[in-house]
Design a protein around this ligand. Structure first.
Ligand code: PMP
Length: 285
């Protein structure tokens, strides 16, 4: 079955899903996006993602030409039209086509694009044995320049850090914030466990406030796992008993080595296992 893409109020075949070369999403990375998961034909935490999309839009002065309710319906429609049981959704809103200049007043027609597709996950082996990551020298966007809480189409900052990881044969990199503390990874949030306590960098650490992060915090609290949002240093990572990353695509993935230092026993730890199990149950509820 050819893929059907939602583009501005219509489902169109993939080959017909086109945007202008003058779109400021392309010319300037001027736009926003979301990445969502489909589990058992249902979009996971759809409202939370749509809320974040509209918050990102508000922050960059982008008026999305449909209501959040219409966006929810359009997303569900796209999933159903593509007959997906499990998969991944990329929702994009661009500023629209305009002149060769930054002025948003010369743009018109923000483009709303919804792509529902198969998901490409990290290899299963990494979920069992943990992944090895590195720290990047590229820091996360300075919050005074562009808030990392905006999920904008301007991901160069994270792409440069990702290149540092792949250059070293690793899949992910930890990014520091402008203060030198740990913020998050290039496409995932980070958690540590030390002496039975779960921690993650606080919202004001220069992170994207992940929907998966918040779901894991919710599950940890329900399971009475001691938890705190913290200022996290690179040293805290090195001396942690357990480390894992969270993201819509990655779900909950254990980390067992950082910058050549073994984390804990070098195997995914008990709290990581517990939260991974709880998360996998939660997504199917
Ligand atoms: N941080 C960054 C920079 C991201 O791009 C993402 C999403 N890929 C995440 C964290 C995780 O967010 P979520 O759990 O909402 O997918």
């Amino acid at each position: 079955m050819p893929k059907l893409i939602y583009l501005n109020n219509k489902l169109v075949p993939e080959e017909q899903a086109m945007v202008s070369v003058f779109d400021h999403g392309l010319l300037y990375g001027d736009g926003i996006f979301e990445g969502l998961r489909i589990y058992s034909k249902k979009v996971f935490l759809l409202k939370e993602h749509i809320d974040r999309l509209y918050e990102s839009a508000k922050a960059i002065r982008l008026v999305i030409p449909m209501t959040p309710e219409e966006m929810i319906n359009a997303t569900n429609e796209t999933v159903a039209a593509n007959g997906l049981t499990d998969g991944y959704i990329r929702l994009v809103v661009t500023r629209g086509a305009g002149g060769l200049g930054l002025d948003i007043r010369r743009t018109s027609n923000p483009q709303v694009i919804i792509i529902a597709d198969q998901i490409k996950m990290y290899p299963q082996e990494l979920y069992e044995n943990g992944m090895e990551i590195v720290t990047a020298s590229t820091i996360r966007n300075h919050p005074q320049a562009l808030s990392p809480r905006v999920k904008s189409l301007n991901y160069l900052n994270n792409i440069l850090a990702k290149i540092e990881a792949t250059d070293q044969g690793k899949e992910e990199a930890i990014m520091m914030n402008h203060k030198g503390d740990v913020a998050e990874c290039t496409g995932d949030n980070i958690f540590l466990v030390k002496n039975g306590k779960l921690t993650t960098p606080s919202k004001d650490s220069g992170i994207l406030e992940g929907i998966t992060r918040n779901a894991v915090i919710h599950l940890a609290k329900k399971a009475n796992i001691p938890f705190e949002e913290v200022t996290m240093t690179r040293h805290d990572v090195y001396i942690a008993d357990e480390c894992f990353l969270t993201g819509s695509a990655a779900e909950v993935i254990p980390v067992t080595k950082v910058d050549g230092r073994q984390i804990g026993t070098g195997k995914p730890g008990p709290i990581t296992h517990q939260l991974l199990d709880l998360f996998r149950k939660y997504v199917r509820e």
